[in-house]
Ligand binder design. Structure first.
Ligand code: ADP
Ligand code: ASP
Ligand code: MG
Length: 464
């Protein structure tokens, strides 16, 4: 096992208020007894939503809404600081300074009436920059040698604002100079997730939910011994707990299973989180920050569990686009042209089903749908169906048991399925159906495959 640090990432609800931050500090105290720790934190819960909303108010020139919004943010952060810090004055001054900067930025946007993705990133970053300072204050109040680390000096990314990609070698070098010395001095670096900067120092973000991804990137470049994702549920559950009430924790998952679940909507993990972990074979563990007991979900290269299916995931409110060739294009020429249009419109496709003359795809992001359909219509008939959902059953067991996929589809007999697909990995069976039917279909499938399942506790070491 690597002797690197443990990366402990705490999501928004785990830093939501003073009580949650108190629990977080106790988890760090426990983990620290086993070796080095790097803490990655999200913004206080709902703060990123609020910041992005303020960016939109600013773009609309609504000065009054900006002023009220920043004041409300200042009050919320100040309240938490007073409750968690021993000497709140210095921290309160730092927070006031940061928020004065935010006010200026929003004012500039309101004057120009324009919030580019670059500006929105600069605004959204304030959430993590503030929360991480508060967590340092709370750690210090408990006698922990925490030190604030600036993610804009560590996580080096490209300039795709709003969905920036990490530049691994640059980040590795920056982490070596910004985080290593603190770790070597037995200190605890606390760094905001989600936020990075370009080589030229312009602030970027990794996209919504990106703090998990930050934690995994830091884990990979520091050769961490484990990446822990502390959140508000007991681990990866057998289905989305907001949809199905009787879910269980999945004790073990393979990297591939976890990736597929995250990609198809299991929000507990950002879809890119597993990638850096795979590269260095670093275990990823999902844990409940509200509890000290429970081993959570352990994600490793291979999962020893023999269950047929690992879990279900769903992606709601997606759009299906049916594209039928109007010309006598050869199939390969047709597919190429279709995919080129999606590429040009920078719209990712999630599920694809195809015949020689027609292709159906699902898209999550429909901001450029108009442009897409116009371009596709130059060589195809296009039909759009909104309010659809993707339902996905994932498990390495699908590779072992050829009867499993037909059983899954058979059990969904009462639901009209619009698309059905099983990708080359043969780790998932994916169906597309009307969104209005998605919750019932998920509950039904869960009852058929997981109802009697009792999760065995994972016999693994290293849980805080
Ligand atoms: P955090 O703020 O800690 O990053 P998120 O809200 O991003 O937390 O992710 C946790 C939420 O993910 C849970 O509260 C749950 O509602 C949702 N979720 C969706 N699918 C799953 C799943 N299969 N297992 C666990 N949680 C899930
Ligand atoms: N605070 C960011 C968001 O809400 C990143 C994260 O929490 O992972 O999207
Ligand atoms: Mg999250």
């Amino acid at each position: 096992m690597s002797s690197g640090p443990v990366i402990m990432k705490f999501g928004g609800t785990s830093v939501g208020d003073a009580e949650a931050i108190g629990r977080l500090v106790r988890h760090i105290v426990t983990a620290r007894q086993r070796g080095g720790v790097v803490v990655v934190v999200s913004a206080l819960s709902k703060v990123t939503d609020r910041l992005l909303q303020l960016a939109s108010f600013a773009a609309a020139g609504d000065e009054a809404a900006i002023q009220a919004g920043v004041t409300e943010l200042e009050e919320r952060h100040a309240r938490v600081v007073r409750e968690v810090a021993h000497n709140p004055e210095v921290l309160l001054a730092t927070i006031s300074r940061e928020l004065a900067e935010l006010r200026n930025l929003l004012h500039a946007v309101a004057t120009l009436k324009d919030a580019s993705p670059r500006t929105r990133d600069a605004i959204a970053a304030f959430g993590e920059l503030l929360s991480s300072r508060i967590v340092v204050g709370a750690c210090e109040a408990s006698g922990l040698p925490a030190v604030w680390a600036d993610p804009r000096r560590i996580l080096v990314t490209n300039d795709t604002f709003g969905a920036a990609l990490p530049l691994t070698e640059e980040t590795r070098a920056a982490a070596a100079s910004e985080l290593r010395p603190a770790l070597d001095a037995h200190r605890i670096p606390v760094v905001g997730g989600y936020v990075g900067a370009t080589v030229g120092g312009v602030t970027t973000t990794l996209g919504r939910g990106g703090s998990d991804y930050s934690a995994a990137i830091f884990g990979a470049v520091l050769e961490a011994r484990e990446i822990q994702i502390w959140t508000d549920v007991d681990g990866m559950m057998t289905a989305d707990p907001r949809v199905v009430s009787e879910t269980h924790v999945v004790p073990r998952l393979s990297f591939e299973e976890a990736s597929e679940l995250a990609y198809f909507g299991a929000k507990v993990l950002h879809p890119s989180t597993i990638l850096p972990a795979v590269a260095k074979a670093i275990p990823v563990r999902i844990l409940n920050s509200r509890r000290t007991e429970g081993a959570g979900t352990l994600i490793t290269a291979d999962s020893p569990v023999d269950e047929p299916l690992a879990a279900l995931a769903c992606k709601r409110h997606v759009t299906v686009v049916d594209i039928t060739s109007t010309r006598m294009l050869m199939a390969h020429g047709f597919l190429r042209r279709v995919f080129e249009v999606f590429e040009r419109c920078r719209t990712p496709i999630d599920v694809v089903c195809t015949s020689e003359v027609s292709i159906s795809v699902t898209i999550d992001d429909d901001t450029r749908l108009q442009e897409l359909t116009e371009e596709l219509s130059t060589f195809a008939d296009v039909r759009v169906e909104r309010e659809m959902a993707i339902l996905c059953a994932v498990g390495d067991g699908l590779r072992r048991d050829p009867q499993l996929a037909p059983r899954i589809l058979g059990s969904l007999g009462q639901f009209p399925l619009r698309m059905v697909s099983q990708a080359a990995s043969r780790r998932n069976v994916t169906v597309v159906l009307q969104d209005a039917a998605a919750a019932a279909a998920m509950v039904h499938l869960h009852a058929a495959f997981f109802a009697r399942h009792v999760a065995a506790p994972a016999a693994v070491e290293g849980v805080a």
